[in-house]
Ligand binder design. Sequence first.
Ligand SMILES: Cc1cc2nc3c(=O)[nH]c(=O)nc-3n(C[C@H](O)[C@H](O)[C@H](O)COP(=O)(O)O)c2cc1C
Length: 162
Amino acid sequence: MKSQDFKNAMAIVPTSVAVVLVGPQDRIRACTISSLVSVDVEVPQLAFVLKSESRTLLDITREDFFSISILAETQKPLALEFSNSGSEHSLLDVFGFDFHGSSQIPYLKKTPVVFFCTFKETVKLTHSRIVIAMPFSALFNNKVRPLVYQNRLFYSLSENSV
Ligand SMILES: Cc1cc2nc3c(=O)[nH]c(=O)nc-3n(C[C@H](O)[C@H](O)[C@H](O)COP(=O)(O)O)c2cc1C
C-alpha cells in the first residue's frame, strides 16, 4: 500500500486530540498528538506515537514525568499551535495552565480529562517511537466536551444519538 493512500485511509478514523506537556517549569514543551490509546486497564498504561526526532520525546525521557491533556472543543488553537516546532507559549497563558500538586507537572486547565504520567519505555519503530506511559492520576471535567479530529478537520460532538 502506498504511504499516501494509507495516510488518507487513516485520516477517516476519528481521534481525540491531546497536548503532551513536559517541564521544567521555565522551559515547558508542548506537543499535539492524536495517537493516544489505552493499552492496559488492569495496570493502567497509555501509548502514543512520536516521531523519532521529536524534541518532546527527548524531554519526556529526560524529565520522567509529564501530562497528557485531552483538548476541549474550544481548544483547537492549542492543537494548531503545538503542532509547530517554534510554537508560541503565550497561548498557554490565554487558555490557562497550572502545575500538578507536589509533582509540579505542567497541564492544561479546562480540558475534559488530564492524565498525569510517568514515562515507562519506548518501542522503537523505523521512523517513530511508541511511548508507553503509566498514568498515576487523572483530573476530570464532565462539563467540557472533547475536540475530535477527522479527515484533517476539527469537530465537536453533537448530542444527537444515532
Ligand atoms: C491534530 C494533530 C495530531 C498530531 N498527532 C501527532 C502524533 O500523534 N504524533 C506525532 O509525532 N505528531 C503528531 N502531530 C504533529 C506534531 O504535533 C508536530 O510534529 C510537533 O511539531 C512535534 O513537536 P516536537 O518535535 O517538539 O516534539 C499532530 C499534529 C496535529 C495537528
